[in-house]
Design a protein around this ligand. Structure first.
Ligand SMILES: NC(=O)c1ccc[n+]([C@@H]2O[C@H](COP(=O)([O-])OP(=O)(O)OC[C@H]3O[C@@H](n4cnc5c(N)ncnc54)[C@H](O)[C@@H]3O)[C@@H](O)[C@H]2O)c1
Length: 379
C-alpha cells in the first residue's frame, strides 16, 4: 500500500512535541514525511528539513510558502500536522483546510471559541478531517477504560476526578527559556496557560472515556508565581451532560512532580483509575469485590484496546505509540473517505468537534474565574 504524504508545520529542532509526531506518524509506515515548515526562523526551518533528508524542493521557510508550493502538486500532502504555538493554530489550519488539505492540529485547537466554531464549520462543509491531538486517547488502556464504561461495567457514572498537576512551572528561572516563554504570553498562548495547555487534555480524557460532554462548570484560575500573565494553577468543578459530578485540578506548580495526569471514574457498581506514568495498567475497584489490576495485552481486553496494543504485555509501550494510534486512525479515515467506504478499524481520533468543545471548556473556565467562580453553561 502506498504511504500517505504527510507534512509538518512547527515541531522543529529542539521543540517539545516535534519528535513524537515524526516518530508516531512514521512508525506504521502509513505516512511518510514529505514536506514541512518546521521553525519560526526560516533558515532554521530549511536547515532542519534538509537534515531529515527531505526533497529540498519541499522544505520551506514558512508555512505560507509550504501552502503555495504544495497546493497544486499532483502528489500533494494527504495530511498536514500543525505543531506550532497555540495562537497560530487557527490561521494555519484555516488556510490549509480552505486549500483542501486534511489537518491534524495540536491542542488547543484555537485560542477563541469563535475561531474553533469557524474551523468546525469549514472542515464539515468541505468534508475534510480536522483532527486534534489529544494524544492520551491513543493509549490502549484509556481505550479499554472507555470500552468498559460504555459496556456498563461501572453502572451509571456518578463521579469523575481528573488531575493534571506537574511541577514544570515551579522553577520560575525557566520562564525566559524560549520554549517556555510563549506559554505565558497571551499573544502567543491565548487566554489561558495551564487550562489550555494541560486542562484540555484532562477534560478531553473525561469526555472520551465517559462518552459525555461538559455541561457546566465553575473555575478558580490562579497565578502562584508573581509576574506571570496567565494562570499556573486551576481548580474546576463541573457537571457532565448526564449529570455526573466532575472535579479537575490542573497545575504547573506541583513541585517535583514530572507529569501528574490521572483519571478516576466512579459509577454505581465500581471504579476505574488510570495514571499516565503507569499507562499499561488500569485499577479496577468493583463494589464489594476484590480490586484488580487490568494489564494492557491481557486476555479478554476490549477490541478497541486490542487494536491499539502493539507490543507483548510487560514490555512498556508509551507516548510515541499512543500518537501512532491516532495517526493510524486518521490514515484509516483518509483511505475510507478516498474510497467512499467505512473504515474497518475503530476510528477513535479526536475530531474538530472535540477540539471545539475543549476550547469551550477553557473559555468557560476563564470566564467563570473572572466572575468569582460563577457557574457557566456550555452549548
Ligand atoms: N499533545 C501533546 O501531548 C502536546 C505536548 C506538548 C505540546 N503540545 C502542543 O504543541 C504545540 C507546540 O508545542 P511545543 O511544546 O512543541 O512548543 P515548542 O516551543 O517546544 O516548539 C514550537 C516549534 O514550532 C516552531 N514554530 C513556531 N512558530 C512557527 C511558525 N509560525 N511556523 C513554523 N514553525 C513555527 C518553533 O520554531 C518550534 O520548532 C503547542 O500548541 C502545544 O500546546 C501538545
Amino acid at each position: 500500500m502506498q504511504r500517505l504524504n504527510w507534512g509538518l508545520i512547527g515541531g522543529g529542532e529542539g521543540s517539545q512535541i516535534g519528535f513524537v509526531h515524526r516518530a508516531g506518524a512514521e512508525i506504521d509506515r502509513l505516512f511518510e514525511l514529505r514536506a514541512g515548515a518546521f521553525d519560526v526562523n526560516p533558515a532554521k526551518s530549511v536547515e532542519f528539513g534538509n537534515s531529515l533528508g527531505l526533497d529540498p524542493t519541499r522544505v520551506q521557510g514558512t508555512w505560507r510558502d509550504l501552502l503555495l508550493s504544495e497546493k497544486d502538486r499532483p502528489d500533494r500532502l494527504d495530511l498536514v500536522t500543525v505543531a506550532t504555538p497555540n495562537a497560530t493554530h487557527f490561521e494555519i489550519s484555516k488556510a490549509f483546510l480552505e486549500a483542501g488539505f486534511n489537518v491534524f492540529c495540536e491542542k488547543p485547537l484555537t485560542t477563541t471559541l469563535d475561531e474553533a466554531r469557524r474551523l468546525e464549520v469549514l472542515a464539515n462543509e468541505r468534508g475534510l478531517i480536522c483532527a486534534v491531538n489529544f494524544g492520551y486517547s491513543g493509549y490502549p488502556m484509556v481505550r479499554h477504560m472507555r470500552s468498559l464504561v460504555s459496556q456498563g461495567v461501572l453502572g451509571a457514572i456518578r463521579l469523575v476526578k481528573a488531575e493534571f498537576a506537574a511541577g514544570f512551572l515551579a522553577d520560575s528561572s525557566f520562564d525566559d527559556n524560549p520554549r517556555v516563554r510563549w506559554r505565558f504570553d497571551p499573544e502567543q498562548a491565548g487566554n489561558s496557560l495551564v487550562m489550555a495547555d494541560m486542562g484540555c487534555h484532562a477534560m478531553h480524557l473525561v469526555t472520551f472515556v465517559t462518552g459525555q460532554k461538559v455541561r457546566s462548570l465553575s473555575a478558580d484560575l490562579a497565578t502562584g508565581v508573581e509576574g506571570r500573565g496567565l494562570e499556573d494553577d486551576a481548580l474546576v468543578a463541573f457537571r457532565t451532560t448526564e449529570g455526573a459530578i466532575g472535579r479537575l485540578w490542573v497545575s504547573g506548580l506541583a513541585t517535583g512532580r514530572t507529569h501528574g495526569l490521572t483519571l478516576q471514574i466512579f459509577g454505581e457498581q465500581g471504579g476505574l483509575s488510570w495514571e499516565q506514568e503507569q499507562p499499561e495498567q488500569l485499577n479496577f475497584t468493583p463494589m464489594g469485590k476484590a480490586s484488580r489490576i487490568l494489564e494492557r495485552g491481557m486476555d479478554g481486553i476490549s477490541k478497541e484496546a486490542a487494536a491499539a496494543n502493539r507490543i507483548t504485555v510487560g514490555h512498556p509501550e508509551g507516548m510515541v505509540l499512543a500518537f501512532a494510534n491516532l495517526y493510524r486512525d486518521i490514515a484509516s479515515e483518509i483511505r475510507a473517505r478516498c474510497t467512499r467506504s467505512r473504515s474497518a478499524d475503530p476510528v477513535l481520533f479526536p475530531d474538530v468537534s472535540d477540539g471545539r468543545h475543549m476550547v469551550e471548556v477553557v473559555c468557560a473556565a476563564v470566564e467563570s474565574s473572572r466572575n468569582a467562580g460563577a457557574w457557566q453553561s456550555l452549548e
